[in-house]
Design a protein around this ligand. Structure first.
Ligand SMILES: [Zn+2]
Length: 265
């Protein structure tokens, strides 16, 4: 689909969504209005991202791209207490930005302490199937919690989702997912209640590594904390997302010798 076919409302919301996950320098609104429309298949799919816009060059030339396969046997035991995730119960507004369903978070109390710095949760969104794999295993869904510090550095907490019982913590959100045809005009009002603390697995053991955004512009310098214990969602819940976005995952990237630490909070 060409950019010209997108409504102004969709472009505006895409710009808002993109700004919240960008690494410095933050692109201007004008940059986004002119940005080409990327997708997950065909001639605007992942293998073409780097040639669609000079700003997307890292998608092809970057040496520390995400996602990667996380290999448990080679994971090193990391320093305990290097990170701490503190998410709480709150309300979010959900936007279909044309690439995923994104829940925007405005509660400044949702934070990740990492490496002596505080990162605030800006938004979370979903990919199906999962982008990261563990020992080659792919999951039906992956949630990305995008956190940013005062210097716009990004820490993403990845949560893998396996097929299982209905997830009550996400039930309200998944019953409100705006369909693709509605695009961004359908930011949910009133806000949807989500108990973020209970969305995460109880055990915060994680794979920690340096990577990138998994969407254009594929900016590097992103710290990843992928929790090693999956959570569960029902087939109906997963389908309520996949019927809107049947496949919005970026293929695995080369690890290029990166170290992945296996750490516990
Ligand atoms: Zn993501």
């Amino acid at each position: 689909m060409r950019t010209s076919q997108w409504s102004m409302a969709a472009l505006t919301a895409m710009a808002v969504a993109a700004v919240s996950i960008s690494v410095l320098p933050l692109p201007s609104a004008a940059d986004h209005a002119a940005a080409p429309h990327w997708s997950y298949s065909g001639d605007t799919g992942p293998t073409h991202w780097s040639t669609m816009d000079p700003a997307f060059s890292a998608c092809a030339t970057g040496a520390t791209q995400s996602p990667i396969d996380l290999v448990s046997s080679t994971a090193k035991a990391g320093k305990a207490g290097e990170f701490h995730i503190d998410y709480e119960k709150g309300t979010v507004s959900v936007v279909n930005n044309g690439h995923t369903e994104q829940a925007n978070v405005s509660d400044p109390k949702d934070t990740v302490a990492f490496d002596g710095d505080t990162y605030r949760l800006a938004q979370f969104h979903f990919h199906t199937p999962s982008e990261h794999t563990t020992d080659g295993k792919r999951f039906p869904l992956e949630i990305h919690f995008v956190n940013q510090n005062d210097r716009k550095k990004i820490v993403v907490v990845g949560v893998l989702v396996e097929l299982g019982k209905k997830n009550d913590s996400l039930a309200a959100l998944f019953s409100h997912l705006p369909a693709s045809g509605e695009k961004a005009a359908t930011e949910s009002k009133p806000s949807v209640s989500v108990d973020l603390a209970s969305v995460l697995p109880r055990n915060h053991e994680a794979y920690v590594y340096s990577g990138s955004l998994t969407t254009p512009p594929c900016s590097e310098g992103v710290r990843w904390i992928v929790l090693s214990h999956p959570i569960q969602m029902s087939q109906d819940q997963i389908h309520s997302f996949s019927k809107i976005f049947p496949d919005n995952h970026r293929p695995l990237q080369k690890a290029n010798g990166r170290e992945v630490d296996d750490e516990t909070e």
